[in-house]
Ligand binder design. Structure first.
Ligand code: PLP
Length: 380
């Protein structure tokens, strides 16, 4: 195999928990020392990139190529990222991730992770999914010319299965949740496929962190006060938290400045909210998880400890939303804004209402609510 072409500013991979370093020139999954996720490190002192340099670049996440692990010319891309930030009144903006290829923010993570897996010599790809990640992986696998195997809970809406079939993926329907789908693939999945599950490889975070870069670019160099994020596996949240640290190193924002992150979870599956409010560092598996926001049905997130850290460090909080409220808020936001809202985005909208009532969000603060995907795939 020829040597992989990686970005020169990429300095290495380090375990988020124990700090053990790993070689970025080969395919890596979890830390070989402690079994936890790996972080991608860059030498940002060598990077000269200012917001004003970005104006003429294409409207995709690859506009931030200096803080990504490979060059855009080596990217497996469907023109993902740079989604609109739409004002909806009362000091709130909706970051509309439904506009991505395959209709969700999962496209960002898969674009970077599939690009890296291809560059590092993977022959095939596999992942368990609540729905959106499977669709994105199937599409990016097709774009890369690599075989894809996905496993989803059998009660996942049909549109997600149809989408994976369209892109030619091998599909497994598994009883239980995404945790059972992951176990199924580890036991019965193709042995030569690289496991690209949430946080089991280091690069999906790199794609998702670009949501944080976009917020600062779209707010013309300023930082919103509060970000409400529907949290399942937690890569969106952890990625944005990483982005704000990197932007301080780049000199885009002052050190230590970060929005207050809010993890929005479903009342029927809320391991991050539970650990946060109990003052614990780690999440414990949620028994009998249920919610119609399938992306939030993640009972034991591998990066739960990182979500809790991000919430504490940013002076944020976590909140749970019940199913009725989620359904009502999904519709309310759609009617108010014309945005194609998914249940996870509806949960984030319900959280905005509650946090404004209880005073966590103060008058005059600028708030971003993430609509993480299209609502279309849920309607059956
Ligand atoms: C629409 C949607 N929102 C939110 C999430 C949760 O994302 P994360 O795993 O980054 O917490 C998912 C994950 O499947 C999703 O599909």
């Amino acid at each position: 195999m020829t040597a992989p072409r990686l970005a020169p500013q990429l300095t290495g991979l380090r375990c988020f928990a124990c700090g053990q370093s790993h070689d970025p020139r080969t395919l890596q999954s979890l830390c070989t020392h402690c079994g936890l996720p790996l972080r991608v490190d860059y030498d940002l002192s060598a990077v000269q990139l200012w917001l004003t340099d970005l104006a003429d670049r294409p409207p995709t996440l690859w506009r931030y190529r200096e803080v990504l692990p490979l060059h855009d010319t080596d990217a497996v891309s469907l023109a993902e990222g740079f989604t609109p930030l739409l004002p909806v009144g009362d000091g709130v903006w909706v970051k509309d991730e439904a506009r991505n290829p395959t209709g969700s923010f999962k496209a960002r993570g898969m674009a970077v992770a599939v690009s890296m897996a291809k560059q590092l010599g993977a022959r095939g790809l596999s992942a368990p999914s609540a729905g959106n990640a499977a669709g994105a992986l199937a599409a990016y696998g097709a774009r890369a010319g690599m075989p894809v195997t996905v496993a989803m809970p059998q009660d996942t809406p049909t549109a997600f299965f149809d989408e994976c079939e369209l892109y030619g993926a091998t599909i497994h329907r598994v009883a239980g949740t995404i945790a059972d789908a992951g176990k199924f693939l580890r036991e019965h999945g193709p042995k030569d496929a690289f496991d690209i599950s949430t946080l089991r490889e280091p690069y999906r975070i790199e794609g998702k962190k670009t949501m944080g870069y976009e917020l600062v670019e779209q707010f013309a160099g300023e930082v919103p006060d509060v970000v409400l994020y529907p949290t399942g596996g937690g890569t969106g949240l952890v990625g944005m938290w990483k982005a704000f640290k990197e932007m301080a190193q780049l000199g885009w924002i002052a050190p230590g400045i970060c929005p207050r992150f809010v993890s929005v979870q479903a009342a029927g599956c809320a391991p991050v909210a539970k650990a946060f409010h109990a003052g614990q560092e780690r999440t414990v598996p949620w028994p009998d998880p249920h919610t119609a926001a399938y992306g939030l049905r993640v009972p034991s997130p591998l990066g739960g400890f990182l979500c809790v850290q991000a919430l504490r460090e940013s002076h944020g909080t976590a909140i749970t939303i019940d199913e009725d409220d989620m359904q009502r808020a999904t519709r309310d936001l759609a009617v108010r804004s014309g945005i194609d809202v998914c249940p996870e985005g509806g949960a984030a909208w319900a959280a905005w209402e509650r946090l404004r009532e209880n005073g966590f969000i103060r008058d005059g603060e600028r708030v971003v609510v993430f609509n993480t995907g299209t609502g279309l795939k849920y309607r059956e």
